[in-house]
Design a protein around this ligand. Structure first.
Ligand code: ASN
Ligand code: ZN
Length: 320
């Protein structure tokens, strides 16, 4: 099963009865009260209509269809990251169903969150071979979380932050499912999804933005990792998938300095900053400041964690 209910392990047993049989209140785990995802996986049958035909609902057995089962298991992993690590009940925080469509359109070279659901193309088999990979699933679902956390307007710097935060929680979903340490992770988003016609390893690299692929068809991975190489363009909503390399790399550096498990302290800091951010037009600078507030709230002022976060942002050209 993709989802193991770990909550029971966090809930202390009731303390022994003290005089008169009264019980002291027990500690409440952050995830208590959350339960289970409500997954609904559809087959688009190569057509454009959404959501398409329901093929696997919550609790149904595996279908044997790899795309359907990957979408189902992946949605469970991402639900579990947000629920068990950050106490969030689904994408909207209120238990909304996780609706996904596989085989959206024909030869479709993309996956997306449309405001209500996830949709995955099959790829054309040349540029892309699939989109059903956990960091991609986590990325698309994180767009749903961002939307329901006050949003980040999908253009220019706020759009690149939207993209970067989606990459962060996509990477965390994958690393957590593998039980991976920060120093053992590859920090790739969409590893293995490129088709045989492309020279590359992944869609993006958080460890080394700009190096995920270099190819005649796709060109060179255009991501910068430093503000000195920020790309001003009107394409891609102002380069939202390009300049996301900068905050992506800041997150990677912070993790690399801290060590351990990315979804623990670093993930908590990014998640808290997203919840506290009250600015859909946030700039990189404003987001960096928000992550500083979050690390201060979580770890304390002047702590090693706060110092290392400042160092990470400084290395990508943002002073906080
Ligand atoms: N795969 C892309 C993304 O999630 C789709 C898009 O550009 N809207 O960002
Ligand atoms: Zn995205």
């Amino acid at each position: 099963a993709a989802l193991r209910d770990e909550r029971a392990e966090h809930v202390s047993p009731p303390p022994p009865a003290q005089d008169g049989g009264t019980f002291a209140p027990h500690a409440v785990s952050p995830a208590e009260g959350l339960c289970c995802p409500d997954r609904r996986i559809h087959d688009g049958d190569g057509k454009a209509a959404l959501p398409g035909r329901l093929v696997r609902a919550e609790g149904d057995d595996a279908t044997g269809d790899a795309d359907v089962d990957l979408a189902y298991d992946g949605a469970g992993q991402v639900f579990s990251l947000f629920a068990d690590e950050y106490g969030r009940n689904s994408l909207d925080g209120a238990g909304m169903p996780l609706i996904a469509t596989v085989r959206h359109r024909r030869n479709y070279n993309n996956a997306f969150w449309n405001g209500d659901q996830m949709a995955y193309g099959t790829g054309d088999g040349e540029v892309f071979r699939t989109f059903l990979e956990l960091s991609v699933i986590g990325h698309e679902m994180a767009h749903g979380v961002i939307q329901h956390s006050g949003g980040l307007i999908y253009e220019n710097q706020s759009g690149a932050l939207n993209e970067s935060i989606a990459d962060v929680f996509g990477a965390l979903s994958l690393q957590r499912s593998l039980g991976q340490q920060i120093h053992d992770a590859d920090w790739l988003v969409g590893r293995g999804i490129l088709g045989p016609g492309i020279n590359g390893v992944a869609l993006r690299s958080m460890k080394a933005p700009g190096t995920a692929y270099a190819d005649d068809l796709l060109g060179q991975d255009p991501q910068p990792w430093h503000m000195d190489h920020f790309v001003t363009t009107t394409e891609d909503n102002g380069g939202v998938h390009i300049n996301s390399g900068i905050p992506n790399h800041a997150f990677y550096l912070f993790c690399n300095y801290i060590g351990g498990k990315s979804w623990e302290l670093p993930g908590q800091v990014w998640y808290r900053a997203l919840q506290q951010l009250n600015n859909p037009m946030a700039s990189f600078q404003q987001w960096a400041d928000q992550t500083m507030d979050a690390v201060t709230a979580i770890a304390g002022r002047g702590t090693i964690e706060a110092v290392l976060l400042r160092r990470a942002w400084k290395l990508v050209g943002i002073a906080i």
